[in-house]
Design a binder for this molecule. Structure first.
Ligand code: SF4
Ligand code: SF4
Length: 461
């Protein structure tokens, strides 16, 4: 056993020292099939995140929460404050979907797509490795006194961390402020836009502190989703685990009585949360699969079968029969499906404009020269992302006559207007249960035409 090996063995695993103080984790570099898949996913997700404010649909970014004008744009549709109820269905649909995914595939979200993992592994740790070198060199340099080499590397790394944090916080801001407005803000003095400037400074500081220092502690201490793992997963959920039947007793590669684990500690040194997965499934495991790649590499070098650490269920690791479908997953899947259908229906029920026939206060009808007249108040709100002209038409029938003082109206995006509509009928033609019908035609979007109606009232006969 080497000296370094003995030291590793003697230290408590994880990110806490024996006295409870923080032990900074320096994960070693690793290569392998899961690491390369993760790297591709991180790159794609980062590109998507940065590109979203630039991708336009219907004249607006595909995802844009215009705080100033209280508008929300999603895939070419425009939402206003009245559509806020939709967020309940969309968020609960996403929540149920995440529960199903966690129960079936464990912490796949944490390991592959959580922004904390994506930015830490996809950007910040890459910068750190490029400037400070691999794990062992970083640990040695950190233990040394300050010198020129340490000073310039640390300074450059932290300057780049600050630069990336500033860039990312500007990208986040562009989800809430239009790009032209953001460009103007960047070009002008912060005194002209103190709220946005303050927001960017706070966000940049939090990002910097998180990715430069706090790192895995966010998953371990702050993230509520991580705490839910033990509730959502069961013995059939897919986790990353060590096969003790195959690995134990640990020993040298040449020892005929030893299991497959040669106790090289590679699985521990690559772990971003610093744990030893051989001690069993732990809440600190974020499912990154770095230990799988590390151990597979060792096994292949020793000409042994990979998979000593692998994706498997706890049942599978105990060599008991595995099952994917079980009652708990079935219930979650049904709930997830209901949530997804409700979210889809709620989203589809969203219309590009609102039109309602209201009754103004006062007498419900008037009689003049033998005609009964009802006056309605048509409330129209344009929710298209651009200005649209609306044509109003009465649907003749039942001897009703329609008068539109404003037969056509052009409204800007998310602009509403009240328009009077007069409907009349000769008193002799009055029938019970009459209804007034108005066709609202958005010019250029005729496929969205709707007909609204309301009861026509007159004197009791
Ligand atoms: S990497 Fe594999 S062989 Fe090495 S200590 Fe971990 S489990 Fe054992
Ligand atoms: S135990 Fe393995 S899968 Fe879990 S966090 Fe550590 S390296 Fe990643």
């Amino acid at each position: 056993m080497t000296h370094e090996h003995e030291e590793l063995e003697a230290q408590p695993k994880g990110s806490l020292s024996r006295d409870g103080s923080r032990k900074f984790v320096h994960p070693a570099d690793v290569k392998g099939r899961f690491t390369s898949r993760r790297n591709w996913i991180f790159a794609v997700l980062i590109v998507i995140l940065v590109a979203i404010p630039f991708i336009r649909m219907g004249g607006h970014p595909v995802l844009f929460l215009d705080v100033e004008h209280r508008q929300f744009f999603l895939f070419g549709r425009t939402f206003n404050a009245q559509d806020f109820w939709l967020s309940f269905f969309i968020l609960s649909g996403i929540g149920f979907a995440l529960i199903v995914v966690t129960t079936a595939w464990g912490r796949v979200w944490c390991g592959y797509s959580c922004p904390q993992t994506v930015f830490l592994e996809g950007i910040y740790r890459r910068i750190e490795r490029a400037i400070e070198g691999p794990r062992e060199r970083r640990i040695r340099r950190n233990a040394r006194r300050w010198n020129i080499d340490k000073l310039w590397r640390k300074t450059l790394k932290h300057l780049l961390f600050v630069g990336v944090s500033l860039f990312l916080s500007h990208v986040f801001l562009s989800y809430f402020v239009s790009l032209p407005a953001l460009e103007q803000m960047v070009a002008r003095s912060p005194a002209e836009h103190p709220e946005a400037f303050g927001w960017v400074m706070v966000m940049s500081t939090l990002l910097y502190l998180d990715f430069a220092w706090f790192r895995e502690q966010l998953c371990l201490i702050v993230c509520p989703y991580g705490r839910l793992q033990s509730v959502l997963t069961d013995d059939d959920s897919l986790v990353i685990g060590y096969d003790p039947d195959r690995g134990e007793p640990r020993g040298k590669a040449k020892d005929p009585n030893a299991g497959d684990c040669v106790d090289c500690q590679r699985c521990v040194t690559v772990c971003p949360t610093g744990i030893d997965i051989r001690n069993g499934l732990q809440i600190e495991c974020i499912g990154c699969a770095a230990c799988v790649d590390a151990c597979d590499d060792i096994m292949l070098k020793l000409k042994r079968k990979p998979g000593l650490i692998r994706y498997d269920s706890l049942e599978g690791l105990e060599h008991r029969p595995k099952r994917f479908w079980r009652p708990r997953l079935g219930v979650y899947a049904v709930l997830g499906l209901v949530g997804l259908v409700a979210a889809t229906l709620a989203f589809r029920s969203h219309t590009n404009f609102e039109a309602n026939l209201l009754r103004p206060r006062g007498a419900p009808f008037a009689i003049t020269e033998g005609d009964v007249r009802n006056t309605f108040d048509l409330h129209l709100v344009n929710k298209y992302p651009e200005a649209v002209t609306y044509r109003l038409e009465g649907i003749e029938g039942d001897a009703l006559t329609y008068v539109f003082p404003v037969p056509e109206v052009t409204l800007g995006s998310l602009v509403g207007r009240h328009i009077p509509v007069m409907v009349s009928i000769p008193e002799s033609e009055l029938q019970p249960r009459l209804r007034a019908h108005v066709r609202v035609v958005p010019v250029g979007h005729e496929q969205d035409t709707i007909i609204i109606d309301d009861p026509f009232v007159g004197p009791l006969r």
